[in-house]
Design a protein around this ligand. Structure first.
Ligand SMILES: Nc1nc2c(ncn2[C@@H]2O[C@H](COP(=O)(O)OP(=O)(O)OP(=O)(O)O)[C@@H](O)[C@H]2O)c(=O)[nH]1
Ligand SMILES: [Mg+2]
Length: 266
């Protein structure tokens, strides 16, 4: 019970069973936690139908409505910490991320990185089948983030990531507020500001073949303003103090079990 892959889903009925099967078929053992936001297409029911095949390896958390990728991952991080996992992964359901690469991310963290990022924009990384406008947007976002934040990460919006347990324990997850691409930047930024090593591992990212994109203008706007906000906040000393978990390491775990503790903070 060492590694868990968190897969957030919204209307992924065409992908979810195959992506779970692909993770379970890997040489190394990875457990899977799906966070489904009440997908109207019945994604959660498909996950439940696989419980019998993967007992104690496959888990599902259901939330009532679509609340964004960021809050889904925060929920998953708390769940994973509460259940004792040491290596906690983020991965999309749509096969843009190749499950085989989970092993490379794991190796990078096992060899000392606090965070391993599956990166499209380091040497050896690539993007396949994405329309030119999506590549331009993604590369533009990376450059913009680097210029504003100075964070030494080539692919800051990447959503294929492994976090060591200590990293998620050290971040005050109640202070992570963004929900789209900005969430991915915010998590890496917080880990970097807290002094953890971020290692980029080259991956090939593929456009989704099945299902629909959840990308929208709101996510782009949040990214543009969010990066500025992060930079602004980090100019003051209390950014680090706020984002650092000042409680004992079990704090994020307690947050998961007793949400009211979060409200009492500060
Ligand atoms: N639980 C949950 N999952 C979400 C939400 N929005 C997106 N997802 C999932 O997050 C992952 C990434 O979303 P995508 O729609 O693939 O976003 P993207 O990769 O930027 O865009 P495309 O791949 O081009 O469609 C997928 O597994 C989605 O199902 C949400 O609000 N809640
Ligand atoms: Mg996708």
């Amino acid at each position: 019970m060492e590694k868990i892959v968190i897969i957030p889903t919204y209307n992924e009925k065409d992908n979810i069973a195959s992506i779970i099967d692909a993770v379970m078929a890997l040489d190394q053992q990875f457990n899977v936690l799906v966070i489904d936001d009440g997908s109207p297409d019945g994604t959660a029911a498909i996950v439940k139908s696989l419980f019998a095949i993967y007992p104690n390896q496959l888990f599902l958390e259901e939330r009532k409505g679509k609340s964004g990728l960021g809050t889904a991952y925060i929920h998953g991080f708390r769940w994973a910490l509460a259940h004792g996992y040491d290596f906690i992964f983020e991965m999309d359901a749509d096969f843009s991320h190749n499950p085989t690469d989970l092993q490379k991310l794991y190796e990078a963290c096992k060899n000392g990185a606090g965070v391993a990022v599956g990166s499209r924009y380091v040497k050896g990384g690539a993007v396949e089948n994405w329309p030119t406008n999506r590549i331009a947007l993604s590369k533009g976002a990376s450059l913009y983030t680097r210029i504003i934040t100075w964070m030494p990460v080539s692919d800051p919006t990447a959503g294929f990531v492994c976090y060591r347990r200590e990293v998620l324990e050290s971040i005050n997850l109640s202070e992570i507020h963004f929900v789209g691409y900005a969430f991915q930047i915010e998590m890496k930024f917080a880990a970097w500001k807290l002094g953890f090593t971020i290692k980029e591992v080259p991956i090939t990212f593929k456009d989704r073949k099945l299902g629909e994109s959840k990308m929208n203008k709101g996510i782009i706007k949040e990214g543009v303003l969010g990066v500025l906000k992060l930079r602004w906040m980090s100019m003051f000393k209390n950014y680090r103090n706020n984002v650092k978990n000042t409680y004992p390491p079990t704090k994020n775990v307690l947050d998961f079990q007793q949400p009211e503790v979060m409200l009492e903070r500060k």
